[in-house]
Design a protein around this ligand. Structure first.
Ligand SMILES: [Zn+2]
Ligand SMILES: [Zn+2]
Length: 255
């Protein structure tokens, strides 16, 4: 079993062939998928899409890009979704100082709100971090007892220790397959096996062999294959380990 811990299959890029995308994932052994919400509408869509679909699990949250546009009523609706038993995580949330689509204060407030929500609900938090390492780590440190995942980890080995000390999982995406990303590959070698996860972040960031195409959960195999080479393991061993880690983090019944 392979687990794609971060997919946006509810997006319009999949509007024409969503069923086939899930079929291809299953055929590739990707039988567990976390469908990640980025604001209220996509969070609702994740719940809708996951309903009745074995192995597909929704989350609800507000992406840093959407933090300024999300008002109090929408936050209340997100909280209600997060509290549902089928919701496996809060997020994605985090900080994005690269694109800066939302002002700093709005991103910080939204991130703090979701970190506290995750702690209150005792659910993991899915963290997006772009050019915001120091601030992300500082805010994570404000909420003792948090657990979660650094999604689409794109940094190097030197930024890892703070997240590992918090017991956070580190999830690698197609970025680890890109020729220029030796720093990211160093990080992929350094993460302890019990904290290692893999994801597509589809429709974005297709792995190198499929670069330029729309990404989809089936393609997570190529990222896993790269991780296997980097760590001197078989793809099967790492599929097992990362699925077991995902099961532990998100509370799936078994690996
Ligand atoms: Zn993200
Ligand atoms: Zn995402």
């Amino acid at each position: 079993m392979i687990t794609d811990t971060h997919a946006h299959v509810t997006r319009e890029e999949f509007g024409a062939d969503r069923e086939q995308v899930f079929d291809r994932a299953a055929a590739a052994g990707v039988t567990r998928i976390v469908l990640v919400g980025t604001e209220l509408e996509s969070s609702r869509a994740a719940f809708e899409c996951a309903r009745g679909r074995a192995g597909v699990h929704p989350t609800a949250g507000v992406h840093p890009h959407d933090s300024a546009a999300t008002g109090a009523a929408e936050r209340a609706a997100i909280e209600e979704l997060c509290a549902r038993p089928e919701c496996v995580a809060v997020g994605e949330t985090g900080l994005d100082w690269f694109k800066h689509y939302a002002p700093r204060e709005a991103q910080l407030a939204s991130f703090r709100w979701q970190l506290r929500l995750a702690r209150e609900l005792d659910k993991p938090v899915i963290v997006h971090c772009r050019d915001a390492h120091a601030d992300v780590l500082a805010l994570l440190g404000e909420v003792p007892g948090l657990r979660g995942v650094m999604h689409c980890y794109s940094m190097g080995a030197e930024e890892l220790p703070g997240y590992l000390a918090l017991g956070f999982c580190i999830s690698f995406s197609g970025v680890v397959t890109y020729p220029k990303n030796e720093r990211n590959r160093e990080a992929a070698r350094a993460v302890p096996e019990e904290l290692l996860l893999v994801e597509t972040d589809c429709p974005f960031l297709a792995p190198q062999g499929l670069r330029g195409q729309r990404n989809e959960p089936a393609f997570v195999r190529e990222t896993l294959a790269q991780l296997a080479v980097l760590r001197g393991k078989s793809l099967e061993e790492l599929a097992r380990a990362t699925s077991a880690n995902a099961a532990r983090l998100f509370g799936f019944e078994s690996a």
